[in-house]
Design a protein around this ligand. Structure first.
Ligand SMILES: [Zn+2]
Length: 364
């Protein structure tokens, strides 16, 4: 790109795609992010003060993720694209060379701060400004999965990156600042709190029982069946036993793989089908839009890889038509979630959604 950022094209349509140069006159944004350690709870927090000036909900004719037109130059210089990945112009974490953050404080046990060394990428799934993830066909979802796996592999080789997180925020209610459908990939300079807890608990469980925590949970869910939402040869989708959100589904591969790069071609193909089916089921629960987060739980780059089991989490903050679940006192203040629906009922209403053969992935 004109300011030196990487832009990567993934192509799945037939025929050559015209790749044009980024002709804009833009200068690099110098990110100044750091990570600070909250010693009270043992969690890292990213501090990225430069992001206050980022683009916020521009009108459709000024969308930076639509292809460039003669009237408006965007982040996408070419007239069309299938799937693209590019570095965020306003990253929460940035390569260490570009950081103006101070050196690690090292011995300070109370106020520990490290440079916000990392990588933030944007994944565009389609040049169609108004599409939803569920509007994409299985081939396109497959290309997105390929991009996730490819970038997870690449970011895992960047020195200092400890975890790669692929995710999608969909819907203004979730807080997306650009309406154009897109996802993001974060490369963190630390292991995130939730993943660190999973690694710790999987190790404890192994020491206590000799089993794999994720695999034993999957076996119990399959045996019980009351929270299963969908399944196929390689994947199982279920509402977690202790679901926090009114609409929440986990999708596990049937075999243990640490991350997306470790999945095989058959698993990626069937993943596209079950992901689309789950998205359609979630959208069918309420007669309303479904603001949703898709979150990939992958093994950290350097630790916990032996026990970790890749899985996708999809959740919505929609709790009823026209109503959202907010993180209020108990959730925000104490980290203690209260869910207003039993996970078994939530799974039942997801199973009850009637899908067309296309929506249920039958053609994949
Ligand atoms: Zn757009």
């Amino acid at each position: 790109m004109a300011d030196g950022r990487d832009l990567i094209y993934y192509v799945d349509t037939e025929g050559p795609t015209e790749i044009l140069e980024d002709a804009r006159d833009i200068s690099p944004v110098i990110p100044a992010s750091v990570a600070r350690y909250d010693a009270l709870v043992g969690e890292w927090v990213g501090i990225a003060g430069h992001r206050q000036t980022r683009t916020y909900l521009p009108p459709a004719n000024q969308c930076p993720l639509c292809p460039t037109t003669p009237e408006f130059e965007t982040e996408m210089p070419s007239p069309d694209y299938d799937v693209t990945v590019f570095e965020n112009r306003f990253p929460s974490f940035a390569p260490i060379g570009a950081s103006t953050a101070p050196e690690p404080l090292g011995a300070d046990a109370l106020f520990m701060e490290i440079p916000g060394n990392g990588r933030c990428e944007v994944v565009c799934f389609t040049s169609n400004h108004t599409a939803l993830v569920s509007d994409l066909n299985p081939v396109r979802i497959g290309t997105v999965i390929q991009a996730w796996a490819d970038r997870t592999e690449a970011l895992g080789h960047i020195p200092g990156l400890e975890q790669v997180f692929c995710f999608i925020n969909q819907g203004a209610e979730i807080g997306v600042t650009l309406a154009h459908p897109h996802g993001q990939i974060y490369g963190y300079p630390f292991v995130t709190p939730k993943t660190a807890a999973m690694v710790r608990h999987a190790d404890d469980y192994r020491a206590r029982t000799g089993g794999n925590l994720f695999g034993d949970i999957l076996d119990r869910e399959i045996a019980d069946g009351s929270r299963i939402v969908a399944s196929n040869e390689h994947w199982v989708a279920f509402v977690p036993f202790a679901a926090r959100w009114p609409v929440e589904v986990s999708i596990y591969p049937r075999r243990q793989v640490p991350d997306l790069p470790a999945t095989n071609a058959a698993e990626r193909l069937t993943l596209a089908a079950i992901y689309l089916e789950v998205m359609h089921r979630m959208e069918g629960v309420f007669d309303d839009t479904m603001p949703a987060i898709t979150a990939w739980h992958q093994a950290p780059v350097n630790v916990g890889r032996e026990e970790f089991w890749l899985h996708m989490q999809i959740l919505s903050i929609r709790r009823a038509p026209g109503k959202l679940k907010y993180l209020a006192g108990s959730e925000s203040g104490m980290g203690a979630f209260v869910n207003d629906i039993t996970p078994e009922s939530a799974a039942q209403r997801l199973r009850d959604v009637v899908l067309t053969p296309t929506e249920s992935g039958a053609q994949a």
